[in-house]
Design a protein around this ligand. Structure first.
Ligand SMILES: C[S@@+](CC[C@H](N)C(=O)[O-])C[C@H]1O[C@@H](n2cnc3c(N)ncnc32)[C@H](O)[C@@H]1O
Length: 202
């Protein structure tokens, strides 16, 4: 309409708004009031390149880690994102054409992965592991490693003081964990951990 000004929509603000709304609906399932910071996204994707693809992303939310993966040069069609929240999944699929967005539960990873078993190079886990019961964490991490090829790594973040995958589960799955970054400026402050098979070393 002539003379009508269209208000520019800031995509970062609108993603933050969507995130906050979904947190209000389901605080435990969403697990954070706001998307992770770009500093945390850079830390969890540190050093990755197309050689580490295909990448399976668990719990992408509004896609801050997905965008960091793309910025690292990983091709969009080499990333598959599994998201339980249907609104996040739809928004992400609309925003990043070519991305494989799977609306579903990461605990069903073995059935959902679009890549064959033992083929992914990296799992990026954005799930709220502190609110997920231990048996389900076991299914998620075991499913991630079934999808990973030898040498592949499972990267995750946490707001807690230790790795959110308990040592007993790591031992049972033959994994080792290493804290690789602490992002004080994230709200709340967060650590990044990398899990690998013991035989691959740290
Ligand atoms: C703490 S938010 C992190 C979102 C995003 N990775 C970020 O860092 O901004 C956790 C995300 O995991 C999703 N989620 C929670 N449980 C899930 C599950 N079982 N399977 C897949 N996604 C899940 C939530 O809907 C939410 O998008």
């Amino acid at each position: 309409m002539p003379g009508t000004m269209r208000r520019a929509v800031n995509p970062v603000a609108s993603r933050a708004l969507l995130f906050g709304r979904e947190w209000l609906r389901a605080p435990r399932a969403v697990g954070a009031v706001a998307p992770s910071s770009r500093a945390l996204a850079r830390a969890i994707t540190d050093g990755l390149s197309n050689a580490d693809a295909p990448v399976l992303e668990l719990g992408p939310g509004t896609g801050v880690f997905t965008r960091a993966l793309l910025a690292r040069g990983i091709a969009v069609n080499r990333i598959a994102a599994i998201e339980a929240n249907a609104r996040f999944a739809a928004a992400l699929a609309g925003a990043l054409p070519g991305l494989q967005v799977i609306a579903g539960d990461a605990a069903r990873l073995r059935r959902l992965t679009p890549f064959g078993p033992a083929s992914a190079g990296t799992v990026i886990c954005g799930l709220p592991l502190l609110t997920i019961p231990k048996p389900k964490i076991l299914r998620i991490v075991a499913g991630g490693f079934a999808a990973l090829r030898p040498g592949g790594a499972f990267r995750l973040f946490t707001y807690g003081p230790t790795c959110p995958v308990p040592g007993t589960l790591l031992g049972r799955l033959g994994l080792v964990a290493q804290r690789t970054a602490f992002i004080a400026g994230n709200i709340p402050p967060a650590s990044v951990y990398v899990l690998r098979r013991s035989e691959d070393g740290l």
